[in-house]
Write a protein that binds this ligand. Structure first.
Ligand code: ATP
Length: 205
């Protein structure tokens, strides 16, 4: 199997900006968030399980017949309810992991492939990877960058940060760290350097 580089970081740390740069080097990025979103398709068995459990209030009031998940509604239900959150995670995590493994296995012709996942170290997803790269920045920057991007207030971002693995623990579990406290140009340079070093290392082994 192709070498898997796991990329993670807290909200607004710069994961997407970094992985966009890896894409420019021709590296394929499997995004756990995209898979998590796509897995709950209208008319899927998993959506039926969710509506059987939470009721049809978690469906969008759509003028069409298609029953689509109202993600915001579901997020609000589980946000302050650990038992419901656990129920949902027990349902979704194995399916997400299965799909991630499938997509990672499809790539054979590149020196390595990236699994980008905000919750890589909060869950057991990191066990799929060969190496973990954390994109890290100071919390002040996380707050301003994420709130500007999402047009949300910093208190909402703080609530998400406290629910994620702590910065200290994330950093202690990292194999490598790219610090994103400077400009986007500097981040891009760090990614370029990291990519070339990794290729060299992989060529040597
Ligand atoms: P999330 O986990 O919330 O999806 P993320 O880790 O993927 O976030 P990005 O979306 O890459 O983070 O970055 C958050 C915001 O900060 C974006 O608007 C991005 O353009 C901006 N940003 C990232 N790095 C920098 C930087 N070095 N300087 C200025 N802005 C930056």
């Amino acid at each position: 199997m192709t070498f898997v580089l796991g990329i993670t970081g807290g909200i607004g740390s710069g994961k997407t900006t970094a992985t966009d740069r890896f894409l420019e080097h021709g590296i394929i990025v499997v995004d756990a968030d995209v898979i998590a979103r796509n897995i709950i398709q209208p008319d899927s068995a998993v959506l039926k399980q969710i509506t059987d459990h939470f009721g049809s209030s978690v469906l969008k009031k759509s003028p069409t017949e298609k029953k689509e998940l109202n993600r915001e509604q579901l997020r609000q239900i589980v946000f302050d309810n650990p038992e419901e959150k656990e129920w949902l995670e027990n349902l979704l995590h194995p399916l997400i992991r299965q799909q991630i493994t499938k997509e990672l296995n499809q790539e054979q012709n590149k020196p390595y492939i990236i699994l980008s996942a905000p919750l890589l170290l909060d869950t057991d997803l990191y066990t799929i990877t060969n190496r973990v790269l954390v994109i890290d920045c100071d919390e002040e920057l996380q707050l301003t960058r994420a709130s500007n991007r999402d047009s949300s207030n910093q208190d909402d971002i703080k609530k998400i940060i406290v629910r994620q693995i702590s910065r200290k623990e994330r950093l202690s579990k990292a194999d490598d760290i790219i610090t994103n406290n400077g400009s986007i140009d500097e981040l891009n340079q760090s990614v370029d350097q990291y990519h070339h070093q990794l290729i060299e290392q992989l060529n040597r082994t």
